[in-house]
Design a protein around this ligand. Structure first.
Ligand SMILES: [Fe+2]
Ligand SMILES: [Fe+2]
Length: 290
């Protein structure tokens, strides 16, 4: 599997929205972090994620405790468990070509899964580090390539006749998906406090066992046999959800917790992953009927 992308300066213009700032940001995030690269990253983030978080902060009522955060997250997950029109379409009606288009749209995520979480580790107290490391070890198949989540995604891509190299997806990935990818580079490396990351990953791990029932059902209905990427997450993320709550509890014990920042991280991820998924399904339908 290719694990690095070609630096922006060496790449042809490609397709996608004019300028495609979030695609450029992804490529910078995966390049050698020279002073020039980091300056370019900060400029792109200044025009995107910083105002987005400031806006979310201005609109979000403050939470006062970890108990408030758990209650708010449970309410958000209960709301999301009702499902969406795009989710129902993918599970119940999408053709194999439409499903393949959605799998292609999330390939950069599947193929780089969890790689961009590591810079958060040294920012955490040691007991929270242990919980996050237990999650990361699972993401990398406990050191067994055949179980690594990125390998499971390659197996899925292979069955659907899609490329096996990261670079093949750079020019077909939407800005909405790039937003979901790029946010973790900011959360782990440049967010002013790591509580945003803890909330974001806690939300993601907690939401996936429900969210991936859509793709698992689509695979079953369409006879896609390499569905383990999805079914493994239905199982393992129920444990990752607990580990992330443990990491937050340990952060609270060591430093005291700003529950509002944890909650804002969760709201940010919910917005970005929801938008990326809706866009992927809408685009798949438009592409296939064109
Ligand atoms: Fe995973
Ligand atoms: Fe996970």
């Amino acid at each position: 599997m290719t694990t690095a992308t070609t630096p922006p300066a060496d790449r042809p213009a490609g397709h996608g929205p004019a300028n495609a700032p979030l695609k450029r940001l992804f490529l910078h995030n995966r390049s050698l972090p020279t002073a020039r690269t980091v300056r370019a990253i900060e400029e792109l983030e200044d025009g995107w994620i910083r105002p987005k978080v400031a806006d979310l902060t201005a609109r979000t009522p403050a939470l006062s405790s970890r108990a408030d955060w758990i209650e708010a997250l449970d309410a958000l997950l209960a709301e999301e468990a009702k499902g969406t029109g795009t989710g129902r379409y993918l599970a119940e009606k999408a053709s194999r070509a439409e499903f393949t288009s959605v799998v292609r749209q999330f390939a950069l995520d599947g193929l780089t899964e969890a790689q961009n979480f590591f810079p958060a580790v040294p920012r955490l107290p040691i007991r929270a580090q242990m919980a996050v490391m237990r999650v990361l070890i699972d993401e990398f198949g406990c050191g067994n390539l055949q179980q690594a989540h990125s390998r499971l995604y390659l197996d899925l891509l292979g069955e659907l006749g899609l490329p096996q190299h990261l670079d093949a997806f750079i020019d077909t990935t939407t800005e909405e998906t790039y937003a979901f990818l790029d946010v973790f580079y900011w959360l782990t490396q440049r967010a002013p406090t790591v509580e945003y990351f803890l909330g974001a990953l806690a939300y993601l791990e907690a939401s996936i066992p429900q969210a991936f029932t859509v793709q698992a059902e689509a695979c079953r209905r369409l006879g896609v046999t390499n569905s383990r990427y999805y079914t493994e997450h239905l199982h393992i993320d129920t444990f990752h959800r607990q580990e992330m709550q443990l990491a937050i509890r340990e952060y609270d014990a060591a430093h005291g917790l700003d529950a509002t920042k944890v909650w804002i991280g969760a709201l940010l991820l919910s917005d970005l992953i929801g938008t990326a998924f809706d866009t992927a399904v809408t685009r798949a339908r438009a592409e296939v009927t064109r």
